[in-house]
Structures are given as structure tokens and as C-alpha cells.
Design a protein around this ligand. Structure first.
Ligand SMILES: Nc1ncnc2c1ncn2[C@@H]1O[C@H](COP(=O)(O)OP(=O)(O)OP(=O)(O)O)[C@@H](O)[C@H]1O
Length: 327
């Protein structure tokens, strides 16, 4: 992965006419060669951000650089492959003929068509009319079209949207292969499990704001997955015993249960410590198992914050959970 950034957004806001703030003071950087998952619930501002990156929408304020240039310049667009919303293909033409047309529009030689068909594994069905394709095949043809120019940067907006599990898994494999080949990929999704397995890093956006950022592991840590729930008796003795351990960062009693901030890998050690001290341990488990739950909790928390926020307050008053690994 390079030290340079393929995408840089500094303090970017997009307000649509009518008053919707779709993107709100967004700071985001994507390194060259990185696969970044851009994750957020419906309406979070993912598509708007991606449209701004290719010059389809102008930001209201802030600064954007894509491959070192302002978005939408001809020389930059020649190096960016984008699949944003449904690509327009002719239903009566075959996949191959649709790609040949797209190649001609982009000034790419016909030979590129066979390369991308192989890459997205559509060669077998390349002569069938587009209208006979499954949704998964249509999406893969869209990715193939985005790959025609051998782009330095791929921007894919919800490429797994609407696909059945088999389609999702095929798309996931394709994205993983593209990442391994050194493409920089910005991939949006509202389903965490889809980006978790293919992305180097994940940026979580909600209501137009970046709410968390980091590798999947970092997010697990930052979002509080390093918490153990312990049900033990007597509670006071258990608290004292746990607090004595130098790797336990905090112990808190909530509804008769102990919330212990510590690496979940310490679970067995802490269990033994309590039992050795004569304390009964009825239950001991990590607070959360999946990043999915953490993500849902995080975006829900952001929403309830926004609901109760003083509308005149500055954005910086909001809690900051960004892990800052992009610095
Ligand atoms: N052209 C537009 N004019 C006015 N408002 C818009 C426009 N496009 C998007 N919005 C609004 O901006 C907000 C962000 O929308 P956007 O499509 O960027 O989110 P998203 O994260 O891509 O959502 P989804 O996953 O549903 O596609 C939404 O409230 C949406 O209704």
C-alpha cells in the first residue's frame, strides 16, 4: 500500500437545495492500494459522497482531491472506474457488445473487453442478451465496465445491493481479487458483513458524518467490543478482585452485572482469578460478539444524539469515536 492518498476529503459538506445536509463536514482519506469500506445506513450520504468524487455533484464547501486532482477533470476520470447507481446497458445487446460500446466511448481497445469479462467471470454468458442476466450478472457487468480503463481507482456504490447470498459471495470474491491486485477501491455498503471481509479499513458514516474509522479489528476495539460481562457473587469482592488486575482498565456494576473493560482474551485468566479468590462466577462473556452489533449501536447512538442535540451546537461538540488511523 502506498503512502499517497487516492482520495482526500477535507471538511466536505453537501447541502441539497431544499435543505437536506447529505454530507456534513466529512474528512476522509483513502490510501493508494487500499480497499476502503464506506459503511452507513440508508440515507447516510454514501452515494452523495461518491457522486462528489467523480464530479457528478458539487460540494457546498470543503476540499476534494481524487488522484491528486479536483474531481471530474477529464484526465482524472480516465483513471477512475465508477459504478454508481445502475449502469445503463442496452437490454437487447449481449454483455460483450455492451462492453464493446462502453470501450469505444472510453477510447479503450476492444481487447480490454475479453480481459474484463474474464476478470468478472462472465465470459461464458458474454453472448447472451443483457436482459436475460441475473441481478448478480448485471452487477458484475457493471464492475466489468468500470474496469475497462484499467482504472487506478474503483468507486463502487453498493455493488451487492439486491443480490442473493450466492451473488453476494461471488461479488465479494471479485472484490477481494481486485484488492489483491493493488487497485484502490472505495466500496459502499449498508451491510457490515459484506465489507468486513474484503476491506483493509472501514469508514462508518451516519447522517453525513464520519462516526468511526479503522481496520475491522480497530473498530471492534474502539466500539467497545473489549468489554466483558461478568455475573459473580459476592459482587463487591468480585469488583475488588478484578480491579487488582493490572490489565483491567475499568470495572462497573450495571444491574447486578459487572462490565469489565479488558481485552476479551483475558476472560479465562479473570475467571480463574475470581474462582481462586472464592468468588462464584455464574456467567462471563464478551459484551458484543459481532462488529455488526457495534455498528448498529453506533449509528443508533449517533441518531439519538442528533435528536437530542442543541441545533445551534458546533459539530465538534459531538462525541468523537474515530480511531484516527488515517492520520
Ligand atoms: N438530489 C437530491 N436532492 C435532495 N436530497 C437528496 C438528493 N440526493 C440525496 N438526497 C438526500 O441526501 C441524503 C443522503 O442520501 P444518499 O443517497 O447520499 O445516502 P446513501 O447513504 O447513499 O443512502 P442509500 O444507502 O439509501 O443509497 C438523504 O436524506 C437523501 O434523501
Amino acid at each position: 500500500m502506498g503512502d499517497r492518498f487516492a482520495i482526500e476529503l477535507h471538511d466536505v459538506t453537501k447541502r441539497y437545495p431544499g435543505g437536506v445536509t447529505a454530507v456534513d463536514r466529512l474528512d476522509l482519506r483513502v490510501r493508494e492500494g487500499e480497499v476502503l469500506g464506506f459503511l452507513g445506513p440508508n440515507g447516510a450520504g454514501k452515494t452523495t459522497t461518491m457522486r462528489m468524487l467523480v464530479g457528478l455533484v458539487r460540494p457546498s464547501s470543503g476540499r476534494i482531491r481524487v488522484l491528486g486532482q479536483p474531481p471530474g477533470t477529464p484526465s482524472q476520470l480516465a483513471r477512475v472506474g465508477a459504478l454508481i447507481e445502475s449502469p445503463a446497458f442496452y437490454p437487447h445487446l449481449s454483455g460483450r457488445d455492451n462492453l464493446r460500446l462502453a470501450a469505444r466511448y472510453s477510447g479503450v481497445p476492444d481487447s480490454a473487453v475479453e480481459r474484463v469479462l474474464t476478470e468478472v467471470r462472465l465470459s461464458d454468458r458474454a453472448d447472451s442478451p443483457y436482459r436475460t442476466y441475473s441481478l448478480g450478472m448485471k452487477q458484475r457487468l457493471g464492475v466489468a465496465a468500470a474496469l475497462l480503463k484499467e482504472p487506478s481507482l474503483l468507486i463502487l456504490d453498493e455493488p451487492t445491493n439486491g443480490l442473493d447470498p450466492a451473488g453476494v459471495s461471488e461479488m465479494r470474491e471479485l472484490l477481494r481479487a481486485l484488492g489483491k491486485r493493488g487497485h484502490t477501491v472505495l466500496l459502499s455498503s449498508h451491510v457490515l458483513a459484506e465489507v468486513e471481509q474484503v476491506c483493509d479499513r472501514i469508514a462508518v458514516i451516519d447522517a453525513g458524518r464520519l462516526v468511526a474509522e479503522g481496520t475491522p479489528d480497530e473498530l471492534r476495539g474502539a466500539l467497545g467490543t473489549g468489554v466483558l460481562l461478568i455475573d459473580a457473587e459476592p459482587v463487591d469482592q468480585a469488583i475488588a478482585c478484578l480491579r487488582e488486575h493490572d490489565q483491567v482498565r475499568a470495572v462497573e456494576a450495571v444491574d447486578g452485572q459487572l462490565r469489565v473493560t479488558a481485552d476479551p482474551a483475558l476472560a479465562a485468566v479473570l475467571n480463574r482469578r475470581l474462582v481462586t479468590a472464592g468468588i462464584d462466577v455464574r456467567e462471563l462473556r464478551p459484551l458484543r460478539h459481532s462488529l455488526e452489533e457495534a455498528f448498529l449501536e453506533l449509528t443508533a447512538a449517533e441518531r439519538s444524539d442528533a435528536d437530542s442535540a442543541d441545533p445551534t451546537a458546533e459539530a465538534t461538540d459531538r462525541p468523537e469515536v474515530t480511531t484516527g488511523v488515517n492520520a
